[in-house]
Write a protein that binds this ligand. Structure first.
Ligand SMILES: Nc1ncnc2c1ncn2[C@@H]1O[C@H](COP(=O)(O)OP(=O)(O)OP(=O)(O)O)[C@@H](O)[C@H]1O
Length: 618
């Protein structure tokens, strides 16, 4: 049987002789038949306009350069034979052809030329179209082509991939000679394709470097406070200093990640290479959504379960939004904020809204555990590890929290040695209890908190920079109560209701004093003041009562205290401690020294209160 008899049988009768037709060809013919491709046509039919072709070529500048450089080098090869080389894009449009002039002339007769679509759907089974379909290199011999127009050709095509493995084009070699040894064709073209891919990779690195050198772009800087640079593939490569805090979240992510962010893309402008004139990336100008919350996230906020006052202030809504995102992503979180702003409460809420809910949540205040005991408390020890150790050893907090969340409060207070050990645990995801050699795998989310400015501690050399970056992955900065005063009424209602008090008894004058005060002890102090008023007056709160004696500090003193807090890294702790000590004394006085009752008033476990009594020598 003549070779094209198999083709005739399929076209006329739909018969496929599996012994003589390669499987990949049989599959392709079936696809062509299903798509209704006309086997008696098969010359190029779908043709781009000049402008469309120019646009496609501009979008594939690097690919074209690589192809043209290769063509120059292949000149001795094609001048001696009628081979032609074809570059197509990832959609099968021919971007460029080159090679033997006689071969090019023949190619023109079937419209195998620039700007023409050369897919299976348009011209039937062919090397370019079928290679795109099966995502593999393929040679199509003469009558294996579905359409007669191409049946005097032998063509080989290899997909060109970018460094991520995505197909960005096709490199094809075609010729019309009868008796050529085609077995070397595919390896040869694969080698050439490798050259193209290496060239593209090198060029992408150079483009990336050039893009980063353009970070001082001014065009959008005055217009938009937030800016990004993306590479050609829309991957974020640089964020402006106004977004620096969130750099970790966005760098090397696709720009589509902004859809769930508080930012809106306002402008996108091409960045051209000064070297080759092609597009190397985009300048993106951003603005904030109204209230800094994207509409999508806003609808999700209600689903974040928070066991306390959410309030209505925009500042806290933003925090809830961040917490909601953080809860879903299992990232390491650092919560900062003044004393009593609800850092532990937020850490717990994040845990409860995460996939780790139901697993342990362990909260430790690193600041109150004696420095020499902290390591053994965190990492545990085996029996007989050191003098004074428990006989059966001790399970450290890391192990206790395994599977869940470990909240390390006052992380700024830990020693350099503990920092080193902590870094190791984060990197290795295992702990080795003191006195043991056997590592225990650990799978937890770490949330840290501090009133210190960790960055300052790093600058001063007290804190390991590498650990800082490990912990500071997702920062959440809780607002002070004075910055969310619109929530004060909600807090009054909440705490009053919890203690069975009617919040309607607060006169306008008392509420005004609440609103005018600066709340250095934040929510905890507000809770305390309410508690003391309740104990003192019950339901008979005088409407003209002056709260001066109930507030931690008079307004004048308060201001200087706050200035003091802001000016030094160490003083807030002393200030906080004083505040806490005063609270404890007050509570004890009120219940005639009964620790368990004082613990209820102070809203802390009895064991914590005992620890604090020791700490403050009470
Ligand atoms: N949004 C809220 N709704 C109701 N109660 C809250 C809220 N935020 C905090 N509280 C209460 O305020 C008190 C202080 O909160 P928390 O201990 O979480 O603060 P903190 O910032 O961790 O304090 P510190 O820095 O002193 O450790 C707790 O009794 C907590 O229950």
């Amino acid at each position: 049987m003549l070779k094209n008899e198999f083709w005739y049988r399929f076209i006329r009768e739909g018969q496929l002789d599996q012994r003589h037709i390669r499987c990949c060809i049989a599959e392709s013919w079936k696809r062509c038949r299903n798509k209704g491709v006309d086997p008696y046509k098969g010359t190029g039919q779908v043709i781009l306009t000049q402008d469309e072709l120019r646009n496609r070529q501009a979008n594939h500048k690097t690919l074209l350069s690589a192809f043209e450089i290769l063509l120059d080098q292949l000149e001795p090869l094609y001048s001696a034979s009628n081979v032609i080389f074809v570059l197509a894009d990832q959609e099968g449009y021919i971007l460029k052809t080159g090679g033997n002039s006689e071969g090019m002339e023949k190619a023109r007769t079937i419209r195998f030329v620039e700007g023409v679509s050369w897919t299976e759907d348009t011209v039937g089974t062919n090397a370019i179209g079928t290679a795109l379909k099966i995502e593999e290199a393929i040679t199509i011999h003469r009558t294996e082509h579905y359409a007669v127009a191409s049946q005097s050709w032998v063509c080989s095509a290899v997909p060109i991939r970018n460094p991520k493995g995505h197909i960005i084009g096709i490199f094809n070699a075609s010729f019309v000679e009868e008796d050529r040894n085609v077995s070397v064709l595919i390896p040869m073209i694969k080698l050439m394709t490798c050259h193209i891919e290496l060239y593209i990779e090198k060029q992408m690195t150079l483009d990336s470097l050039e893009l980063l050198s353009k970070t001082n772009f001014r065009l959008t800087a005055n217009q938009y406070p937030y800016q990004l640079l993306c590479d050609q593939n829309d991957i974020i490569k640089w964020v402006s200093s106004t977004m620096q805090q969130e750099a970790n979240k966005y760098l090397n992510q696709s720009i589509t990640c902004l859809q769930k962010s508080p930012y809106i893309v306002e402008s996108k402008k091409k960045v051209y290479s000064s070297n080759h004139g092609g597009v190397i990336g985009y300048e993106i100008g951003l603005s904030l959504h109204e209230n800094g919350i994207s509409p999508e996230t806003k609808t999700h906020l209600d689903h974040f379960h928070f066991n306390g006052v959410k309030g209505s202030s925009e500042s806290f809504k933003k925090i809830l939004m961040l917490a909601h995102q953080a809860a879903k992503e299992d990232v390491t979180i650092h919560i900062s904020g003044e004393t009593g702003t609800g850092k532990e409460m937020m850490a717990r809420a994040i845990h409860e809204n995460s996939h780790r809910a139901g697993q342990p949540f362990i909260a430790i205040n690193c600041g109150v555990i004696p420095k020499d005991l902290l390591s053994s408390e965190l990492f545990g020890y085996v029996g007989g590890a050191y003098t004074g150790a428990k006989r059966n050893g001790h399970k450290g907090y890391f192990e206790q929290a395994n599977g869940g969340t470990l909240f390390l409060d006052e992380i700024g207070d830990i020693s350099y040695d503990v920092q080193t050990a902590l870094l190791r645990v984060i990197q290795e995801k295992e702990i080795i209890p003191i006195g043991s050699t056997k590592p225990i795998p650990i799978n937890i989310r770490i949330i840290t908190a501090t009133h210190h400015n960790l960055k300052t501690l790093v600058k001063q050399g007290h804190w390991r920079e590498d650990l800082y970056y490990r912990l500071y992955v997702f920062p959440i900065n809780l607002p002070a109560l004075r910055d969310r005063k619109e929530d004060i009424q909600a807090f009054i209602d909440y705490f009053s209701q919890k203690r069975g008090w009617n919040s309607a008894i607060f006169s306008k004058s008392i509420l005004a004093q609440f609103m005018n005060y600066t709340w250095p002890g934040n929510i905890r102090e507000l809770m305390n003041v309410l508690e003391r008023l309740k104990i003192t007056y019950g339901d008979h709160l005088p409407s003209d009562l002056s709260l001066e004696d109930y507030f931690f500090s008079k307004e004048g003193e308060m201001k200087s205290e706050r200035d003091h807090i802001n000016s030094s890294a160490d003083s807030p702790k002393a200030f906080r401690d004083q505040l806490e000590k005063d609270r404890i004394i007050e509570a004890l006085k009120e219940v005639n020294g009964k620790v368990s009752q004082a613990a209820v008033i102070l809203d802390m476990p009895k064991s914590t209160l005992y620890r604090k009594l020791r700490k403050y020598d009470l």
